[in-house]
Design a protein around this ligand. Structure first.
Ligand code: ZN
Length: 200
C-alpha cells in the first residue's frame, strides 16, 4: 500500500495556442465571405466576441489531481455519472454536447470525485471527435491513477448532425472506452454499463 497520505499532481494545460488577433481577423474575413458587412453596427463587435469565445472553448482550466490512499481497501466501482461535456467537432467547428459517465475500480489510490469532471474538461476543451475524447479520458485516468480498471461512456448530440446534413435533431451518439478489469472481466464490464445506463 502506498504510504503517501495525500498526493497532488498539478495539471497545467500547455497554454492556449489561440492567436486572438488572428481569430478576429479571420472572423472579419469570414463575415465578409459570408456576404455580410463586418462594419455594420450589429456586427462590429462580433469578431472580438468570436475570438474570446474560441479562446475560452479551447482552453481547459488548470487543476490539482488530488489522490488519497485507499485505506479502506474499497474495491468496488466508483462512478461519476452525467458529467456535462461541451466540445467542438474538428470537422465543422460546431459544438457537440452531452454527458459523460466515468468510472474506475480503485487499486492503491482513490481520487477526489470532482476531479473526474476536470479530466473530462481537460480533453473536451479542444477540437475533437467524440471517439478520441472518450479514449483520451480513459487513457489519462489509467496512466495517472493506475486503478484496476477504467470505464468511460460519452453520450452527445452533435450540432453538425442536428442542424445540417442529415438534420437528425436529438440523435445521440454513444462512445465507450475501457481499460483493465472493466475491459477484461465480463462481470465488471456489465456492472459498469448497467450503472452508466441507470443514470440516464
Ligand atoms: Zn462535425
Amino acid at each position: 500500500m502506498n504510504a503517501v497520505p495525500m498526493a497532488r499532481l498539478r495539471v497545467v494545460h500547455e497554454g492556449s495556442r489561440v492567436d486572438r488577433a488572428g481569430v478576429e481577423q479571420a472572423a472579419t474575413d469570414l463575415l465578409r465571405a459570408l456576404g455580410r458587412d463586418p462594419d455594420s453596427p450589429h456586427l462590429q463587435e462580433t469578431p472580438r466576441r468570436v475570438a474570446a469565445a474560441y479562446a475560452e472553448l479551447l482552453s481547459p482550466r488548470d487543476f490539482d489531481l488530488t489522490t488519497f490512499p485507499n485505506d479502506e481497501g474499497y474495491d468496488q466501482l466508483v462512478l461519476a455519472h452525467s458529467i456535462p461535456v461541451h466540445s467542438l467537432c474538428e470537422h465543422h467547428l460546431l459544438p457537440f454536447h452531452g454527458v459523460a459517465h466515468v468510472a474506475y475500480l480503485p487499486a492503491d489510490r482513490i481520487l477526489g470525485l470532482s476531479k473526474l469532471a476536470r479530466v473530462v474538461e481537460l480533453f473536451a476543451r479542444d477540437l475533437q471527435v467524440q471517439e478520441r475524447l472518450t479514449q483520451q479520458v480513459a487513457d489519462w485516468l489509467q496512466l495517472h491513477l493506475e486503478p484496476q480498471g477504467v470505464g468511460v461512456v460519452i453520450e452527445a448530440e452533435h450540432m453538425c448532425m442536428s442542424m445540417r446534413g442529415v438534420r437528425a435533431s436529438g440523435a445521440v451518439t454513444l462512445t465507450s472506452a475501457l481499460h483493465g478489469l472493466l475491459r477484461e472481466d465480463p462481470r465488471s464490464r456489465q456492472e459498469f454499463f448497467d450503472l452508466a445506463r441507470s443514470s440516464r
